[in-house]
Design a protein around this ligand. Structure first.
Ligand code: BES
Ligand code: ZN
Length: 879
């Protein structure tokens, strides 16, 4: 733990490694009071390094060194230097065998990096720099070794022993112990190493690949979760087939394993052949998990599986290139989810996350480019920018090249770089080489931070039937970057005629093609486009399908927005028009409690509720009001309390005016049994639960009866939790308490459901005031060592319960600061992630920003702050 300022690492200082590791032979002796790790590395000097006489330096963290041998000869303490974070051997030959024995204590590892214990099982998490907590190693992704791993443990307590690759040996040892040896034929960086030892049940299946090989699929879980693996297994098989069909990528080992663990910092991890998952991201069955959880499991299983090519076969040269694997893989998993469900709904979900959370990150003190230029702690850079903006950047390449040329580009990328550790620039070059397109200016998307803003102006000339559109881009300054160059932006648009039909788009000087959606390419600060043959003033539909991660400003009237909502042929923009309308209506009420709610919003919502022809999945999305978080992101110096109350008012006016329609909708939307996660059924349940929650929000008695009945009779968690959430957020105090109690009694043995139960309360403006949230921390089911529990209480409170978190006395901020200080010692990664809401302090109105700053300062002043929290707090307090 640093007491002084941690070091900043710069991309510009990248040097190839001085030493390479060809083989890593590991032997783990696992015991209850610790583990001994015997490592035997075949090392040679890197011919590409300029430092041919340099000392060998291996990374280490929290290791007890027991012995070092070089080519079989034990080194005396004077022959090496154990500097804690670095093991230095000053004089080594050009090629040699290094044997190191270390002692570690997985049972005391609360950081959950490296080797640790979770509910009685041993497991690992090595990305990004966890392998150095296991043994001394050049722990950087451009050092790729063939691993052989022997695990020894007590046979009764740990019958299952797993690592990467294929099992090649196993047998009995003395004292009731046994061993299994695994060999991974693919060279890999240390961050993809994994080990699991536990008493687990195995669920198996097989997959026949496109070249006719049969792969063994295995999901390992604790016995109590044996009934929750079917959905993940189906998702895995669909992912494997999809990657063959869409990218021509076949799985390469004979076994693919997934393990579920309860204590995990992240969602899941793509270790070669042995993916390790947070239980909440892999276990699902209808009775205990919601539709959202089912969709999340499918997407995450796909994501980690897709990494086998985009990440493992072709990996990152250094951690500045993180988006090379994460951005591309998120793009691949969103394409997959779009293909499995509703593409428009998936696009809306991705854009919502981006516009709410990534835009906020990009406008705050932690803003950084998709390929950052520096960092202190790499764990802090698993961000929305790396993931979601990185996804959008790949998507824009896909849009600019078209699907065929994009596929040629990805084929070339995988073929050219198979087995290598490469850069985002290598990715872009493969796309250029395969397509013949110049992406020179496009590369700025990787280098410049900040969200581009497009200001759009138009003008229509009836006499010449010309419609002129001027688009001006600007990119705001971000920490360390100002005076940005214009970026290459694919800007998709359409024009609607007075009847709402798409107008064929012909630019001045062009032959008409009949196309009604065009992707214009913005490369300069300002462009004017002239569309000819436009018979009357059109309504523009801009940035169709959200073709670029930018903000668009255009002065649509509310009537034009209503018009787009019902006529735009682009589903995404129909939704977006509704959002823009709602944002305006809510904004108009902010600070004017008595002002009337624009009846146009009520009528637009009524039309949607009554529309049985429309795609119900889209209707369900369109009826959702913009979240408080999004309204805050859009506002300048927002007053959270005012925004909250304005939005509440609109919700109440809508629910009151549309009572009959909502009841009718509730009765109509009854998905057929058996439970299925199809877009239609998901939409049905979501509309039904929305109707219920709106009506309970205004204290409707009939809705109360419906909610209680739904709560009791539900056969799936979407309906049961939907009813519970509606009750918890209703004014019916007695029923709220009874439902919460009954739910806990029913589900207290299922940690995933208890996490739901925690977060429904912690996120509730009604039940989640600070004293109640503090009581949740005292609850028997709460556990400070379990990241999911912390997220479901503290994360849900600070991230979703904005009216209480932004209490004007600052008590919510102090509570969060207290939690961060407490977790900083035990789990700095989680502590640093929890700090995100406070980092945006400068954005808020003065009454809020002062309290947020004070809370940050109280974290800054803690003794022995971790590097993780140090970086976040210092960067957000810097001038
Ligand atoms: N490689 C990451 C997991 C990871 C992240 C390990 C940060 C160490 C530090 C994995 O592929 C991933 O991205 N997981 C996501 C879920 C995914 C669907 C976006 C996660 O864990 O949240
Ligand atoms: Zn990933």
């Amino acid at each position: 733990m640093p007491t002084s300022q941690p070091k900043t690492i710069y991309l510009s200082e990248y040097r190839v490694p001085d030493f390479l590791v060809d083989h890593a032979d590991l032997r783990f002796e696992l015991f209850e009071d610790g583990a001994r790790v015997h490592s035997s590395l075949s090392i040679r000097r890197n011919p590409d390094s300029r430092e041919q006489g340099s000392a060998l330096e291996l990374n280490g963290d929290s290791l007890t060194l027991e012995s070092v041998h070089l080519d079989g000869r034990q080194l005396a303490p004077g022959d090496y230097d154990d500097r804690g974070e670095l093991l230095v051997v000053p004089s080594v030959p050009d090629a040699f065998e290094l044997q190191v024995v270390t002692w570690i204590e997985p049972q005391n590892n609360t950081r959950l990096e490296g080797l640790y214990k979770s509910s009685g099982m041993f497991c690992t998490q090595c990305e990004a720099e966890g392998f150095r907590c296991i043994t001394f190693f050049p722990d950087r992704p451009d050092v790729m070794a063939r691993f052989r791993t022997r695990i020894e443990a007590d046979k009764a307590a740990y019958p299952v022993l797993l690592s990467n690759g294929n099992p090649v040996d196993s047998g009995e040892l003395d004292n009731g112990r046994h061993f299994v040896t695994w060999e991974d034929p693919f060279p890999k960086p240390s961050y993809l190493f994994a080990l699991v030892a536990g008493d687990l049940v195995e669920k198996t299946d097989t997959f026949g690949t496109m070249s006719g090989r049969e792969i063994d699929l295995r999901i390992y879980v604790e016995p109590r979760n044996a009934e929750k693996t079917a959905h993940a297994m189906d998702s895995l098989k669909r992912s494997m087939r999809w990657d063959e069909e869409t990218y021509g990528r076949e799985y390469d080992l004979d076994i693919f394993m997934i393990v579920a663990v309860d204590d995990f910092n992240m969602g899941a991890m793509e270790n070669k052949g042995l993916n390790i998952f947070n239980s909440s991201c892999v276990l699902a069955r209808p009775e205990s998990e919601t539709d959202m959880a089912f969709q999340r499991v499918e997407a995450i299983v796909a994501h980690e599986y897709f990494h086998n090519w985009s990440g493992n076969r072709v990996t990152c040269r250094d951690w500045f290139q993180l988006s090379l694997k994460e951005g591309f893989t998120v793009f691949r998993d969103s394409q997959f989810s779009a293909d499995m469900g509703s593409p428009t709904v998936k696009r809306i979900e991705d854009a919502t996350l981006l516009r709410t959370a990534q835009f906020a990150e990009d406008a705050g003190p932690m803003a950084h480019p998709v390929r950052p230029a520096s960092y202190m702690e790499i764990s802090n850079f698993y961000t929305l920018t790396i993931y979601e903006k990185g996804n959008e950047v790949v998507r824009m390449i896909h849009t600019l090249l078209g699907p065929e040329r994009f596929r040629k580009g990805s084929d070339l990328y995988f073929e050219r770089h198979d087995g290598q550790a490469v850069t985002t620039d290598d990715f872009v070059r493969a796309m250029e080489d395969a397509s013949g397109r110049d992406l020179g200016q496009f590369r700025l998307w990787y280098e410049q931070a900040g969200t581009p803003v497009l200001a759009v102006e138009d003008d229509y000339d009836e006499a010449s039937q010309v419609y002129r559109l001027t688009v001006t881009q600007s990119i705001p300054d971000t920490p360390g970057q100002s005076g940005k160059k214009p970026q290459h932006i694919p800007f998709a648009l359409g024009l609607l005629d007075t009847k709402g039909a798409d107008i064929p788009l012909t630019l001045a000087g062009e032959q008409s093609t009949g196309e009604t959606t065009r992707v214009l390419e913005l490369t300069e600060t300002s462009h004017t486009f002239e569309f000819t043959g436009i018979a009357s003033r059109p309504v523009p539909s801009l940035l169709r399908n959200f073709s670029a991660p930018v903000r668009v400003n255009y002065p649509w009237t509310r009537d034009q927005l209503m018009f787009l909502m019902s006529h735009d042929s682009d589903g995404f923009n129909r939704w977006d028009a509704g959002q823009r309308l709602a944002v305006e209506v809510i904004r108009e009420l902010s600070g004017h409690a008595e002002a009337e709610v624009d009846p146009r919003l009520v009528e637009a919502s009524r039309t949607l509720l009554n529309d049985r022809e429309a795609d119900q999945a889209l209707v369900a999305k369109m009826l959702q009001l913009p979240t408080e978080a999004y309204l805050i992101e859009l506002a300048d110096k927002p007053d959270v309390q005012i925004i909250h109350h304005a939005r509440e008012r609109v919700l109440k006016v809508l629910a009151t005016a549309l009572r009959e329609e909502l009841l009718a909708c509730y009765r109509r939307q009854q998905p057929a049994e058996p439970y299925q996660v199809t877009p239609e059924d998901v939409a049905s349940r979501s509309l039904r639960n929305m109707a219920l929650s709106w009506l309970l929000h205004i204290g409707d008695q009939e809705a109360l009866t419906l909610a209680l009945e739904q709560f009791e009779k539900a056969t799936n968690m979407t309906d049961q939790a939907g009813a519970l959430r509606a009750l918890v957020n209703s004014p019916f105090e007695a029923e709220r308490g009874q439902a919460l109690e009954a739910f806990y009694q029913q589900w207290h043995q299922d940690p995933q459901v208890v996490e739901q139960w925690f977060s429904i309360q912690a996120a509730s403006p009604v039940a989640g005031d600070l004293p109640s949230v503090r009581r949740l921390l005292e609850h028997e089911a709460f556990d400070w060592k379990n990241p999911n529990k912390i997220r479901s209480v503290v994360g849900a409170f600070a991230g979703q319960n904005l009216v209480h978190f932004h209490d004007q006395e600052g008590s919510g901020y102090q509570f969060l600061a207290e939690t961060i200080r407490r977790l900083d010692d035990s789990n700095p990664q989680i502590a640093a992630r929890l700090a995100a809401p406070l980092t945006r302090w400068r954005k808020f109105a003065h009454v809020y920003s002062e309290g947020m700053r004070k809370a940050l300062e109280s974290v800054r002043d803690k003794e022995g702050l971790s590097r993780d929290v140090y970086e976040i707090v210092h960067k957000s307090l810097a001038d």
